[in-house]
Each structure stands twice: as structure tokens, then as C-alpha cells.
Write a protein that binds this ligand. Structure first.
Ligand code: ADP
Ligand code: MG
Length: 699
């Protein structure tokens, strides 16, 4: 595709505003727009007209099928295709799609994870059209973004609670804006997710069962060259990768996804793509699609796109940065520092709301990114630590400090700052983004949550973030609405908030061991290292209460979600363990044994010809390998035992603890011996491609 065509092809596969405006009658269009923008109830009579136009448009663009596209708790998207054909009286077929088919579908819910809900409720579920995210065409299929619920109305997906959390934040933020004399139609959160990934050659990939079954390498000694030269980050992109990125961009643009930035990342074979931000709900759908298209396009180019958080030990893993902000319907960013004293005060109040939310619900933010894969990154000196803290930068911190202590700001100003009366001292945006070790950083006009794993759905963290910020805002609105003097009360409120939540603010190095010490012992912050540690916090009273009060989750939904997330954790690690056992018994041990035999035969033969020869290489290698062989056998037996033993635990919590305490350490231990053996066995005799081959397979 030539570059001239981009504006023309952009969004060509999307039933977007342009298409709707062109195809729908004014009445239908206006009514749908009101639903999209203001969450107004859609007139059922309108859906027939919309369905008809959607179908016509889809058929004109090559679609033969339609599907309700949804995000069950498996973490990937689901779709069940139906063709448009309906038998006609003359024995032929016509292409049909009704309003009813647009707004509701009935996939069998019994094969999707439902946690406790499965036992209590019917297996049937239904999908419901989400008009706020545009329908699109993919693989000759009209995809209709939908929410997925059980028949009793419990959410079985990630979209439903995300939409509810956006509503909660909208409600509370509007109350606050009203206090500042502003009548916003709505407040929405926006997200720009930066996505990291690895590309490796498909042929090499297919030779590694660990990558095929689990998405990450479970064995592998370090290659002579890793990422120590720092020559990959922002480096020249290799031709094969350039071709891939071009193709990827084209596919994403056709789907209306605003792919913007692309570059090489720190590790060899690692890259990043960032889109321009959009409404959280749309950004979430788009990120799910992006991950899918990334993998599909890679296959076309003879490569595999790895989205696992930690495909290679000793090499940086992949994450996702969730850039987040709140804006009104007129596009005013509520996290942009303002020009006037009143705007400043409003900015500081929204800023405080986020700071308080992150402090009060650090556990929810941590668990929203918890998976077996991401546990390998957090706290491993390449990603943010598992401890959640907020970075505001020196200047903004100094401003908050002066408010808190009734002191002039940095001695530059003469007067003590009074909110609503004085302007904020200007602070430069570029100084705000320097600290890369912080999990939650203010970057000038948005917050960047950096703890997400590359394969995480961004829905999860945004549900928690939206809900937690809605809760801070609610508390503020309750108090300020009753205030006799709004400005005095506001000043007091901000002062109190800074004092109460200071402990979550940290501008220093999040990778240092001193921080772990200070954060946990000095400040009482949580350090939830694994999914097994983090997930049970979902059911703590304060969290349940907040999430239920804002109608983001019901109690049943929370119970089921906790169970499903822990189940996913246990299942992933279990598969990894079984894969290791399989690879060791079928390939590694036989290979080592054969090599020992080769070396021994060589010694015997050489000695026969020339008894004086020492055969030191053969003998020392053979002896060390024989020791390792025994060790590996012992360790693979222990791992297998650990895997068998986890089946006996009664609750998912105790199973997940056993996975953490027994299985994962046994896997680490086994790997160490196999990786040592890899350094001793000849390359030709080693059964799987090395790290060097994997990491430098694309050129
Ligand atoms: P970086 O220096 O991290 O690349 P950028 O300013 O380029 O920072 O933005 C990174 C991401 O943040 C992009 O996806 C961008 O669209 C997104 N972003 C920018 N402004 C906002 C906002 N107001 N809300 C949400 N995301 C935003
Ligand atoms: Mg960034």
C-alpha cells in the first residue's frame, strides 16, 4: 500500500462514525450517537435499521458472516461465526441480519471459565451489543463488540465491569466538576497502551516445545551475547522486522487502530508498538485486536510474535504501559495543570484523587496485573517492583509539600500558596518522565501505570483504577458539597489528602533494595510478590465494599473472578511443569546420556591406540555430566512429585500456594542443572536450539 492511501484506507474495515453518518437516517444516527456518547438507552425500533445498514455495508466489504466478539475470562477474545444466509422460499438463500441478532447473542457459556458461577447458575450465557465500540470486519466476518453475561446477569467477561467502572468514574467526576461550576455531559477515561513483544523465526520456534506449549523458554543457558551492549534499544530495525511492522500498521490502520510509534526495545528481538490514546473501552478492544493481529501478521512473515512476559531468562521481559487520564466531552484533560488559580485547584484535586486511589487500593492495582507470566518480571530489576508507589517528579512533589506545610514553594515565592487564590508555579513537563523504575508515574498530563505484563488485558487494571479514583472523588464530592466555604474546604481537603497519602509518593530508585526495606517496613506498603500472594486481596472487605458500592462487581462476580484468576495461575504453571518433565525425560536425559557414552567410547578407543594419551577433556566432561545426569533425574522426580501433590489440595488458594512454594522452586532447580549441562554437551548433540539461535534468529 502506498502512503498516499493511508487516510483513505484508515478505518476502512470499521463501521465508524463516518460510515454511520453516511448510511443511517438522521434520526437513527442521532439516537445512536446519544447512546454512544451519553449512554442513553437505545430505542429498540432503531436497531432494525442499524442492523440492516451494518449488514449491507459488511457484505459490500466482503463479509459473509457475523459474530458477537467478546472477552471472556480466558484472557483472549472469543467469537462464534454465523453466516448471514437464510433460506428463501424459492429454495435459494438471502443474506439477512436482524436487529435482534445485532443486540443479543446466546453462546453456550459452559465452556468458558465462570468460577463459582458455574455451579450455581445455568450454563447458558448471552452477549449484548456494546454500541460504544465500533463493529469491524475481520476475516470476512462482521465482528460486533459485545459484553458477555450469565443468564442471571452476572458478568462473565472483562468488558462489562470495565464499562461499569467508567460509569462510576463518570458519575463522581461530574459531581466534582459541578462544584467548580462546570456542567460536563460526561467524563471519560482515556488510555494509550504501549505494547512490547518479541519476534523470532518460526522454524526455530517450532523446535522448542517449551515455547510452543507455554510461550516461554523453560530451559536455556545464556548466549555469549545478550543485551549487555545496549545496542538494540532504538537501534536500526532489521529489514524483515521493518516489513513486518509495515504490514502490521496497515492491518491495524484498516481496523481504525491508531498505531503510531514503533521501535526496537532493550533485548535482542524485542520491539514495541504504541497507538495514539482513545477512550478506555475502545483502547481495550483495540489492544486485544492488536495482540491478535501482531501474531497473525508474524506468521505471514515466517516469524512468531511472543507476547509472554518473560520468554527468555536473563533477558528483559515484555510489559505494557497503561497511559491513563480523564477528560470531559469537550476534550478537557482533567490531569492537565491549568492556567488559572481555579483550574490549578481543580487539577490538584483530581491529582490527589489518583494518589489517594493508588494508596488505598494498591492491592487491587497489583492483583489486576498478576499472572504467572508477569510474576517473573515485577521486582526483577527490569520492570517496576511489585510494590506499588507513585512518582510525581521533584517539582510537583515540592508544590504538594508547600501546600501541606503552609510554606512558600521552593522559597521562590513570597507568599504561602492558597488554592483557588494563587496560581501554581509552572513546572516543566519534560522533567516528569525520567524515572523509569516507578510503577505509577505522572508524566505531565496523564499517569502511566507500568506494571502490566505484555499479555495482560488492559481491562483489568483500568477497572480497578477507574473504580478506585471514583471512590476518592465520591468522598471529596460528599465533603465539598456540604462545605460552607468551598475554597477553604478544598484547601483543607487537599492538604489532608497529601498528608494522609504521602507514603505512596516515591521519586527514588524503585529497583534498589533499600526501597523494598523502606516501603515495607518504614511505610507499610504492600509487597505482593506473586499472583498467589496478591489475588486473595480481591476478597478483602474494604475492596469488596468499594467495588460493590460503585456497582462495578457483585459479590458473586468477585468470588468467581478470584477463583478463575488463581485457577489460570495454577494451570499455566502446571503446564510448564509438565512440559519440563516431558522435555527432560524424552530429550535432555537421553541426549546427555548419549554424549557421555560418546565421550567414554572415545576414551576407550583412543587409549587402545595410544595408552599414554590423557583424554582430559573427555574424562572431566564425562564425569561432570554423569553427576549432572543423576542430579537431573533426582530433580525431575521431585518436580513430578510436586506436580502430583498439588492435585490433593482442597481450595484454589492452597493449591496456588503450593504452586508458588513447591512447584516453581522445583522447576528453577531442575533448570539450573540442565542449563549447566547445555554448556558441556556439543551443540550438534543438544536436542533444542540455543538461546543464541532463538534471540538472533531474525535478521
Ligand atoms: P512516551 O514518552 O512514553 O512515549 P507519549 O507522550 O508519546 O509518551 O505517550 C505515550 C502514550 O500515552 C501514547 O499512547 C499516547 O497516545 C498516550 N497518551 C498521551 N496523552 C494521553 C492521555 N491524555 N490519556 C491517555 N493516554 C495518553
Ligand atoms: Mg511510556
Amino acid at each position: 500500500m502506498s502512503t498516499q492511501n493511508i487516510p483513505e484506507t484508515f478505518g476502512s474495515c470499521v463501521f465508524d462514525d463516518k460510515v454511520m453518518r453516511a448510511r443511517l437516517s438522521v434520526d437513527v444516527y442521532n439516537s445512536l450517537r446519544k447512546t454512544i456518547d451519553e449512554n442513553a438507552k437505545l430505542d429498540v425500533a432503531m436497531t432494525e435499521a442499524i442492523a440492516k445498514e451494518m449488514k449491507e455495508w459488511a457484505i459490500e466489504n466482503g463479509a459473509t458472516h457475523f459474530t458477537h466478539w467478546f472477552q471472556p475470562l480466558t484472557g483472549v477474545t472469543a467469537e462464534k461465526h454465523d453466516s448471514f444466509i437464510t433460506p428463501s422460499p424459492d429454495g435459494g438463500v438471502i443474506m439477512e441480519f436482524s436487529g435482534k441478532e445485532l443486540i443479543k447473542g446466546e453462546p453456550d457459556a459452559s465452556s468458558f471459565p465462570s468460577g463459582g458461577l458455574r455451579a450455581t447458575f445455568e450454563a447458558r450465557g448471552y452477549t449484548a451489543w456494546d454500541p460504544t465500540s465500533y463493529a469491524f470486519i475481520k476475516d470476512h466476518t462482521l465482528c460486533i463488540p459485545t459484553a458477555f453475561c450469565s443468564y442471571s446477569g452476572d458478568a462473565l467477561d472483562k468488558k462489562t465491569p470495565l464499562l461499569r467502572s467508567m460509569q462510576a468514574l463518570n458519575r463522581q467526576a461530574k459531581r466534582i466538576l459541578k462544584l467548580f461550576g462546570k456542567d460536563a455531559k460526561y467524563v471519560r477515561t482515556s488510555v494509550g497502551p504501549e505494547q512490547e513483544y518479541f519476534l523470532i523465526d518460526r522454524e526455530v520456534f517450532e523446535k522448542r516445545p517449551d515455547l510452543v506449549y507455554t510461550g516461554r523458554t523453560l530451559f536455556g543457558a545464556m548466549p555469549p551475547k545478550g543485551q549487555e551492549l545496549d545496542d538494540h534499544y532504538f537501534g536500526v530495525i532489521k529489514p524483515r522486522v521493518t516489513a513486518y511492522m509495515e504490514d502490521l500498521n496497515n492491518e491495524l490502520w484498516k481496523l481504525g487502530i491508531l498505531a503510531k510509534t514503533e521501535h526496537n526495545e532493550v533485548a535482542p528481538a524485542q520491539h514495541e508498538m504504541a497507538p495514539i490514546f482513545s477512550t478506555t473501552n475502545v483502547a481495550t478492544d483495540n489492544n486485544q485486536l492488536t495482540m491478535e493481529i501482531m501474531q497473525k501478521v508474524a506468521r505471514k512473515h515466517g516469524m512468531v510474535c511472543l507476547l509472554h512476559e518473560k520468554p527468555f531468562k536473563g533477558v528483559n521481559g515484555s510489559g505494557k504501559h497503561n497511559n491513563w487520564s480523564m477528560a470531559t466531552d469537550t476534550g478537557v484533560n482533567l490531569l492537565s495543570p491549568g492556567e488559572t488559580p481555579s483550574e490549578n485547584a481543580q487539577f490538584l484535586l483530581f491529582l490527589c484523587a489518583v494518589v489517594q486511589a493508588v494508596d488505598d487500593y494498591q492491592d487491587l492495582l497489583r492483583l489486576s496485573v498478576a499472572t504467572a507470566g508477569n510474576d517473573h518480571r515485577l521486582g526483577a530489576n527490569e520492570a517496576p517492583p511489585a510494590i506499588i508507589s507513585v512518582f510525581l517528579g521533584d517539582e510537583l512533589s515540592a508544590i504538594l509539600d508547600s501546600i501541606k506545610n503552609d510554606k512558600p514553594y521552593q522559597d521562590k515565592e513570597k507568599e504561602v500558596m492558597k488554592l483557588g487564590v494563587h496560581s501554581l508555579p509552572r513546572f516543566s513537563k519534560d522533567t516528569t518522565d525520567r524515572n523509569r523504575t516507578s510503577p505509577f508515574a505522572f508524566t505531565g498530563n496523564k499517569f502511566e501505570f507500568r506494571s502490566l505484563g505484555s499479555s495482560n488485558s488492559i481491562a483489568c487494571c483500568n477497572i480497578m483504577l477507574n473504580a478506585a479514583v471514583a471512590e476518592s472523588l465520591k468522598q471529596y464530592a460528599d465533603r465539598l458539597e456540604k462545605a460552607k466555604n468551598f475554597e477553604d474546604e478544598l484547601h483543607e481537603l487537599i492538604k489532608e489528602t497529601i498528608t494522609a497519602h504521602e507514603r505512596i509518593l516515591f521519586n527514588g530508585n524503585g529497583y534498589s533494595p533499600e526501597w523494598v526495606e523502606e516501603a515495607t517496613k518504614g511505610r507499610g506498603l504492600l509487597n505482593l510478590k506473586t499472583t498467589a500472594d496478591a489475588m486473595p486481596y480481591l476478597l478483602h472487605d474494604k475492596n469488596k465494599k468499594m467495588l460493590m458500592e460503585h456497582k462495578v462487581f457483585t459479590e458473586t462476580e468477585l468470588n468467581s473472578r478470584c477463583e478463575i484468576m488463581l485457577e489460570n495461575y495454577c494451570k499455566s504453571v502446571n503446564i510448564e511443569g509438565l512440559t519440563m518433565v516431558d522435555m527432560v525425560r524424552k530429550n535432555y536425559l537421553p541426549a546427555i546420556d548419549e554424549y557421555v557414552y560418546t565421550l567414554a567410547s572415545s576414551v576407550a578407543k583412543v587409549k587402545l591406540v595410544s595408552p599414554k594419551v590423557k583424554c582430559r577433556y573427555e574424562k572431566t566432561t564425562m564425569e561432570r555430566l554423569s553427576v549432572l545426569e543423576d542430579e537431573i533425574l533426582e530433580k525431575v522426580d521431585s518436580l513430578e512429585e510436586a506436580l502430583v501433590s498439588i492435585k490433593v489440595y482442597e481450595s484454589i488458594i492452597s493449591t496456588s500456594e503450593a504452586i508458588r512454594d513447591k512447584v516453581l522452586p522445583a522447576m528453577e532447580d531442575l533448570r539450573a542443572s540442565v542449563d549447566e549441562a547445555e554448556m558441556l554437551v556439543g551443540e550438534k548433540q543438544w536436542p533444542f536450539p540455543s538461546y543464541g539461535k532463538l534471540l538472533f534468529s531474525v535478521y
